[in-house]
Design a protein around this ligand. Structure first.
Ligand SMILES: Cc1cc2nc3c(=O)[nH]c(=O)nc-3n(C[C@H](O)[C@H](O)[C@H](O)COP(=O)(O)OP(=O)(O)OC[C@H]3O[C@@H](n4cnc5c(N)ncnc54)[C@H](O)[C@@H]3O)c2cc1C
Length: 506
């Protein structure tokens, strides 16, 4: 019979965007396992089927440079590509890739197959002297030196549509206990946040003549390099709400869960519900964008119409828009309220201050967004691996990268609403561009793909050069020969990519 107690250097809990990056990064360094409660959650895009966008695209470029996978997955499953802020300066130009939801999931599952996967649920985390014991729902136990908790919005999650409150449901109960145990046993402070999602509509029931098509660009480069396979482009479509929509929302906004005091969590300003926008501003029109969910998907995503109004009011609201007079709704909008840890509970390495060896990543830390979750996942994975080998953990400088800014803000700034990276949060935004991400992240890329000593020395050398590169007005130059790297080395490819990228204008 199989031995039930296993020992790992790192165990990652959760296989969402943070978990898969953490497991991928850590498995390059030490013996790592990922606990997957539900295969359906792997690579799941719970809201928009898109990766990137303002500032998030810079984050993905940085992540790609250090070996993250989100950029590759987005490039391979792209259905529509747009460069935002084209008319503005290069520092704020950003790539946004609309993806095929199913293809993205399938590609994520392929990555998962390269890792050590345990299909189970973690129900308790117990800190012992120099190791951590994880109890699983099946009765098995795992011992590990470090753990990455990337459980997303599963802490006492409740789903809201109008007055209707649906608790997480039976399969989630044990997972929720796991987080509650952790919070209660170790005195970790937590609070409630909220996020909402818009309705999904059946494509064939939309009157397309009342919408404005937005064709895809055909850029040469995606997040992870040249785009070779991007041929099948789909369209996005834009439209506006009208005065009738405004009246419906104004009249019935009181029925939304937040207005009735049923959901008390704080929501992100950027995806605030359409009813809240109407209440808090005098704008009578709202721009909505219909986004494709996939090549063969019969549903579309209605970006901008985030709502948790009762379903009959959602239907009423949609019917006021000419494009939706006969629309069929595949899934109504709703909001989810969940627990997150308070920002002072983690340090910049994403390690819990009160339990050594426990790293947190993703939405559980108070962020919102796939990109933010993935970036934290990578850092938590690397740091858990470093911790398990008793090496010092990495804390990134917030002035050199958006990943650094993200981890700094999550650990140091008290968050009132779900956190998103924004260029306005950093004084060095002019230097933190998509195009120079390779140069900025090169030292870290080298350091975090191996812990061996020679590479650590090379790393120190690169850091020196890196600091010079970051001085304003210094011409960026890099000489790979100096580092004795084999031409097939991953970093050489990055340098080559950077050279060709330099001539390309996003
Ligand atoms: C309804 C909704 C709307 C959203 N809208 C937007 C939006 O408009 N824009 C945006 O940028 N972001 C949005 N988000 C946020 C975005 O989806 C998340 O920030 C991101 O997916 C978080 O990634 P994560 O890895 O932290 O968590 P997730 O991707 O949720 O993954 C958590 C994983 O942990 C697993 N798990 C949990 N507990 C256990 C356990 N005890 N044992 C084992 N496994 C466990 C789960 O099975 C899951 O795989 C939305 C989220 C939701 C839920």
């Amino acid at each position: 019979m199989e031995n039930k107690v296993k020992m790992y250097n790192v165990v990652v809990i959760g296989c969402g965007h943070a978990g898969i990056e953490a497991a991928n990064a850590s498995s390059k360094l030490v013996k790592t396992a990922i606990v997957v409660a539900n295969q359906q959650d792997v690579g799941k895009l719970s809201c928009n089927p898109s990766i990137g966008g303002l500032t998030k695209s810079q984050l993905i470029c940085e992540l790609t440079c250090v070996g993250g996978i989100m950029g590759q997955l987005a490039d391979k499953s792209a259905t529509h590509i747009d460069t935002l802020n084209k008319s503005r300066g290069r520092a704020v130009r950003a790539l946004r890739i609309q993806v095929d939801r199913e293809m993205y999931r399938t590609l994520s599952l392929e990555i998962l197959n390269t890792l050590t996967v345990i299909y189970d649920e973690v129900i308790d985390i117990i800190h012992l002297n120099n190791k951590i014991l994880l109890k699983l729902a099946s009765g098995s136990e795992l011992y590990t030196k470090a753990v990455v908790v990337a459980t997303g919005p599963f802490g006492r999650a409740t789903c809201h549509i109008g007055e209707c409150v649906i608790p997480g449901g039976k399969p989630l109960t044990q997972r929720q206990n796991c987080m509650l145990n952790l919070f209660n046993k170790y005195g970790i402070r937590f609070k409630r946040f909220k996020t909402s999602t818009p309705p999904r509509l059946i494509k064939t029931s939309i009157n397309w003549e009342h919408t404005q098509p937005m064709p895809s660009e055909k850029p040469l480069y995606g997040f992870s390099g040249k785009l070779t396979s991007f041929i099948n482009q789909l369209y996005c479509y834009s439209l506006h709400t009208n005065e009738d929509t405004y009246k419906i929302l104004k009249t019935y906004a009181v029925y939304s869960s937040s207005q009735r005091g049923i959901s008390l969590g704080a929501g992100s300003k950027r995806c605030s519900s359409i009813e809240n926008r109407i209440i808090h501003s005098n704008r009578k029109y709202q721009r909505l964008i219909i986004e494709p969910e996939g090549f063969d998907d019969e549903t579309v995503y209605l970006n901008g119409a985030f709502t948790s109004l009762p379903i009959e009011i959602q239907t009423k609201m949609l019917k006021t828009i000419p494009a939706f007079t006969n629309v069929h709704v595949a899934k109504f909008g709703y909001s989810v309220e969940y627990d997150v840890i308070c920002s002072g509970e983690i340090d910049e390495s994403l390690q819990l201050r009160c339990i050594s060896g426990v790293f947190m990543a993703g939405q559980i830390c108070g962020s919102t967004g796939y990109e933010e979750a993935a970036a934290q996942g990578w850092l938590a994975g690397v740091n858990a691996a470093m911790h398990s080998k008793s090496f010092p953990v990495y804390k990134l400088n917030k002035l050199y990268s958006y990943i650094g800014l993200l981890t700094y803000d999550l650990s140091k700034k008290g968050l009132r609403t779900p956190y998103r990276v924004l260029s306005a949060r950093t004084p060095t935004r002019n230097q933190l561009r998509q195009r120079n991400a390779i140069l900025r992240m090169l030292p870290l890329a080298l350091a975090t793909t191996s812990t061996n000593e020679k590479k650590q020395i090379l790393w120190a050398d690169l850091v020196k050069q890196f600091k010079i590169l970051m001085e304003p007005n210094v011409k960026l130059k890099i000489n790979p020969n100096k580092f004795n790297l084999n031409p097939d080395h991953k970093l050489m490819k990055l340098v080559q990519m950077f050279r060709s990228y330099q001539t390309y204008k996003h």
